[in-house]
Design a protein around this ligand. Structure first.
Ligand SMILES: Nc1ncnc2c1ncn2[C@@H]1O[C@H](COP(=O)(O)OP(=O)(O)OP(=O)(O)O)[C@@H](O)[C@H]1O
Ligand SMILES: O=P(O)(O)OC[C@H]1O[C@H](OP(=O)(O)OP(=O)(O)O)[C@H](O)[C@@H]1O
Length: 208
């Protein structure tokens, strides 16, 4: 049995994914939330867990440094990674939205200023509609941009809608649903096929 290296997104979804892994039968005795360690093995030595930034998970998996990864669909879309997206873990559910103080200007010649943590997703949205846009990459507090004149609109994540509401922003469009996914390296899917299928089946059992 080959060990599967799993890249797990640190941050808000990590605890619930670890809980799911435990329900699926994988226990990490060394893991505790205050630890600064970045690599953990489960007690059966079937999984090697590596903790990485959510947006970095697709790169680890695409390049084969990890056989599989768990991260939000937002990050998979932003990185446009060449990986298999095999299982919706039904965690971290939220959606991509376009939001602003008011509706987009109707003059098609007018360039829209867009702020986003997801510049690739934002660029794709406006390019597909043939709307001229300039995208400004931000790393957080994105809702601030239209309030202080840095941008006309934002492309960001909405979960409860509280952040938009408390900052007086309207949802102008919905770009798609997001949830936490299991992604798999294409070569590993062939070379470690049996172990990866076993892992997926265990996860499915843990989700029941
Ligand atoms: N309300 C939400 N806001 C943001 N992300 C959410 C929300 N609900 C679920 N998610 C999911 O959780 C993932 C991780 O979110 P988190 O805020 O921990 O990461 P991050 O903001 O990318 O990390 P960092 O703060 O290190 O830049 C997101 O990529 C998304 O898939
Ligand atoms: O719809 P809601 O439930 O209000 O959640 C959405 C908010 O949560 C995320 O921000 P996060 O907390 O990660 O902060 P940051 O990106 O500004 O650092 C996201 O970028 C939104 O701002």
């Amino acid at each position: 049995m080959a060990v599967i290296t799993l890249a797990l997104a640190k941050g808000r979804t990590a605890d619930s994914v670890l809980e799911l892994l435990e329900q699926a039968g994988y226990r990490f005795p060394d893991f505790h939330p205050q630890s600064r360690k970045l690599i953990f093995s489960d007690d059966q030595r079937q999984l090697r867990l590596i903790l990485v930034k959510p947006l970095d998970v697709p790169a680890y998996v695409e390049k084969g440094a990890a056989d599989a990864g768990v991260t939000g669909k937002d990050n998979i879309m932003e990185r446009a990674a060449d990986v298999y997206d095999l299982l919706d873990l039904a965690l971290g559910q939220c959606q991509f939205i376009l939001a602003g103080k008011q509706h987009l200007p109707s003059d098609p010649a007018q360039k829209i200023m867009v702020a986003s943590k997801y510049p690739v997703v934002a660029r794709t949205y406006f390019d597909r509609r043939g709307i001229p846009a300039e995208v400004i990459k931000l790393n957080g507090s994105v809702e601030l941009a239209p309030l202080i004149g840095l941008a006309d609109v934002i492309v960001d994540i909405m979960e409860t809608g509280t952040t938009l509401q408390e900052n007086g922003l309207l949802v102008l469009d919905k770009l798609g649903d997001i949830s936490t996914r299991l992604i798999v390296n294409k070569a590993s899917f062939t070379t470690k096929s049996r172990d990866i299928h076993t892992f997926i089946n265990q996860l499915k059992t843990g989700m029941e």
